[in-house]
Design a protein around this ligand. Structure first.
Ligand code: SAH
Length: 462
């Protein structure tokens, strides 16, 4: 280890940046997070620097640094993006006693600035001794994602609460309390929330020897794990039991806590299914046993997800629950087309429909849907395609109305079948799609690029 990591107190200390361009700006953005007294020496400072100077956030001296300027400085950054000028000012600053960093010159720098994850007062510094900045950035990105944006606020409020937590026995009990506070399913957003969450948690830990169960009704998105929300990821991280739908992608299930019990509660339109009351019972019985249950549903749980029945089961059993929304498959599918749901002059509203419901093919307001310009996303619409086609044609829809079917939206196996109402069947049957598919009535893939893809896809699937 050539560089020893320390946290230096710069409160009210002089920190100098020599330079006024991009390199100086990058350092200043970091330094402005501190309580240091910042001074910039620059001939030609960038507008941001001028703005910060007028706001009183730093002192600007609009000329090059000269002998005597760096006296009493704690840290000094040579950021002129000019090797000769950097060497000149670094020499002055070193002679005047400052610790010197020359931007992009590891060799001649006395210290380096790490990549920082800032959750003040929690600060994570990452350094690779200049060997692998890409790695440092990747670690930083990973941590940024893992650590709640309000972690700093939680730490500050938590610190004030330490005395009260002494009411819990020393050791495991207190550790469990703090773990739940910092890594629980919901991060507080304000100081009041954090305070309230500490108080509620303490009460809970003081009175309940056994954890109460909880149910998170979580949207897993359309399949691409990157379309999962951070909240969903956290819930998966914390889950004791995950009850998931057949449509949830395996890559997403991988993200669940290793020790979690994974239960598939399969449902297939018209096919084998776990009855809803069995699913409700599964959810409730695990939560009653004290488990943190994640009920993981594809897309958004509030869209054709029989969510209300599960909520009612939780309510009836007095189990706390929460909805974590997800990206519905129609959003991923419309993105795949390069289109938007609504467009000025075309449609000022759109519908989410299901091809079938518990009673069979679902009935809709066919007369309205048959009007020109209507846009509808039809879920579970594969088996009912001929029925929908027939009903719309019967109500006078234009046979040339564009209809696009997107299979496996957002997954590597995504396929697009662009057709018209008149051709929907037999085109869909011929395409023999096996994955989940969403049908758009009134939307075609965006022209140009999409037209080419559409041709290829048609070729590929026909
Ligand atoms: N809650 C889900 C919908 C559940 S109903 C959501 O918000 O997306 C199941 C139907 O969703 C499937 O029959 C199919 O129509 C659609 N679906 C789910 N995932 C899909 C995907 N990746 N691509 C296309 N359609 C999908």
């Amino acid at each position: 280890m050539k560089h020893f990591p320390i946290f230096l107190n710069v409160q009210s200390r002089r920190v100098i940046v020599s330079g006024g361009g991009d390199a100086a700006l990058a350092k200043l953005r970091l330094l402005l997070k501190t309580e240091a007294k910042l001074t910039v020496f620059a001939h030609d400072p960038a507008p941001e620097i001028l703005k910060w100077a007028t706001e009183g956030r730093l002192t600007l001296t609009p000329r090059a640094l000269e002998v005597g300027d760096a006296v009493c400085a704690k840290l000094f950054y040579a950021a002129n993006e000019d090797a000769a000028e950097d060497a000149r000012v670094a020499k002055i600053a070193t002679a005047e006693g400052a610790l010197v960093n020359i931007v992009d010159n590891l060799q001649d720098s006395q210290f380096i600035t790490p990549a920082i994850v800032d959750r003040d007062p929690v600060t994570v510094a990452i350094g690779t001794e200049g060997a692998a900045p890409v790695l440092a950035r990747a670690i930083k990105a990973d941590l940024e994602e893992k650590l709640s944006p309000t972690l700093g606020l939680m730490a500050r409020v938590g610190k004030e609460f330490r005395k009260q937590v002494e009411a819990l026995p020393f050791g495991r009990k207190r550790r469990e309390f703090w773990t739940e506070y910092f890594f629980g399913a919901t991060a507080p957003e304000t100081e009041e929330d954090a305070q309230a969450s500490l108080e509620t948690l303490l009460e809970k830990h003081l009175t309940a020897p056994k954890n109460d169960g909880h149910v998170d009704l979580v949207g897993a998105g359309p399949g691409d794990p990157e379309l999962l929300t951070l909240k969903a990821r956290k819930a998966l991280d914390a889950a004791d039991v995950v009850i998931y739908d057949r449509l949830v992608a395996p890559e997403i299930l991988e993200l669940a806590r290793r020790e979690a019990l994974m239960i598939e509660a399969g449902k297939t339109g018209f096919g084998p299914a776990t009855p809803q009351d069995v699913i409700n019972e599964l959810i409730v019985s695990h939560a009653r046993g004290g488990a943190h249950v994640v009920r993981l549903k594809s897309g958004d749980p509030t869209v054709f997800g029989r969510l209300d029945e599960e909520i009612e089961a939780c309510e009836a059993a007095h189990i706390s629950w929460r909805i974590v929304p997800g990206i519905t498959s129609a959003s991923a599918a419309v993105a795949a087309l390069g289109q938007s749901f609504t467009k000025r002059g075309r449609n000022s509203g759109m519908r989410f429909l299901t091809g079938h419901d518990t009673k069979g093919f679902a009935d809709h307001d066919w007369k309205t849907l048959a009007q020109p310009g209507e846009v509808a996303a039809i879920y579970m619409g594969k088996k009912s395609a001929r029925f929908i086609q027939g009903r719309l044609m019967m109500h006078g829809a234009d046979p040339a109305t564009p209809v696009t079917v997107i299979e496996n939206a957002s997954r590597p196996t995504q396929q697009i079948l662009a057709t018209t109402l008149a051709d929907l069947e037999p085109a869909l049957t011929n395409a023999d799609l096996n994955g989940p598919a969403l049908t758009f009535l009134g939307l075609a893939p965006r022209a140009a690029l999409a037209a080419a893809e559409q041709f290829e896809t048609k070729e590929a699937v026909s």
